[in-house]
Write a protein that binds this ligand. Structure first.
Ligand SMILES: C[S@@+](CC[C@H](N)C(=O)[O-])C[C@H]1O[C@@H](n2cnc3c(N)ncnc32)[C@H](O)[C@@H]1O
Length: 217
């Protein structure tokens, strides 16, 4: 049976126009990625959620496509910057994605997100701002599973959840992050596919990315 989700697509790599001056926004993703999934898998006025809002790329694209953005960002400066330029600024919150069920949000139609990545040989856990009480990759993965269980609670039935991730290579160290995130997110959401995106215009070192696709049952 043919899947409704393409296993492979090609997109231009479009860094968002809305990038704050002087900030390190190297973890901001290409606008073309949320634009593809929002455009193909939601309707106008749909509620689009990003639990890791960052600089708000998903939210800006959602507004551009006449959808309603919602999102959470742990870093106050990023949150403030993104909220400051959104029409639906009251829908984005500063806080922990693990608490998303406590923000009084309506049920969401689609989630498109890129979580913070962690190499398995690091101790610094980006989900806890490096707090040594929560150091290490195992703790990161466990928390990621917990966060997506909370995300599952605020999605509509049959809603699609798109998680962008890359495997990480650094010298002799390799982290199969795509596989590991897939395992922990699958504990609360049903895996329904994976789309490999080839960037048509990047350097060979960053030629592609993965999107893991899940459904809320
Ligand atoms: C990869 S970035 C997202 C970038 C975003 N897609 C964009 O294009 O701007 C991940 C974001 O998650 C935030 N973050 C980390 N832990 C979080 C948590 N527990 N809850 C919410 N946001 C968190 C980080 O501060 C970072 O901005």
């Amino acid at each position: 049976m043919k899947s409704e989700y393409p296993p492979f697509i090609e997109l231009p790599y479009t860094k968002p126009a809305q990038a704050p001056e002087g900030e390190d926004n190297s973890d901001q993703y290409s606008e073309s990625l949320p634009a593809y999934f929002i455009g193909h898998f939601s309707k106008k006025e749909a509620k689009i959620f990003d639990p890791f809002l960052g600089f708000g790329t998903t939210a800006f694209v959602a507004e551009k496509l006449q959808r309603i953005p919602y999102g959470i960002e742990a870093d106050y400066e990023r949150f403030e910057w993104a909220a400051g330029q959104l029409e639906h600024w009251q829908n984005v919150r500063h806080g922990d994605a693990a608490d998303c069920a406590n923000f009084g949000y309506p049920k969401m139609d689609l989630c498109v997100t890129s979580p913070p990545f962690m190499p398995s040989h690091h101790k610094w856990n980006p989900l806890y701002g490096g707090d040594p009480n929560y150091a290490g990759y195992e703790c990161y993965l466990e928390r990621m599973g917990h966060i997506f269980a909370a995300v599952a609670n605020i999605m509509k039935r049959n809603a699609l959840i798109v998680v962008q991730a890359d495997n990480l290579h650094h010298k002799a160290n390799y982290t199969p992050l795509v596989r590991d995130l897939s395992i922990v997110v699958s504990k609360s959401l049903k895996p329904v596919g994976e789309t490999l995106i080839r960037w048509t215009d990047t350097e060979p070192e960053y030629a592609h990315t993965h999107c893991l696709l899940f459904k809320k049952l």
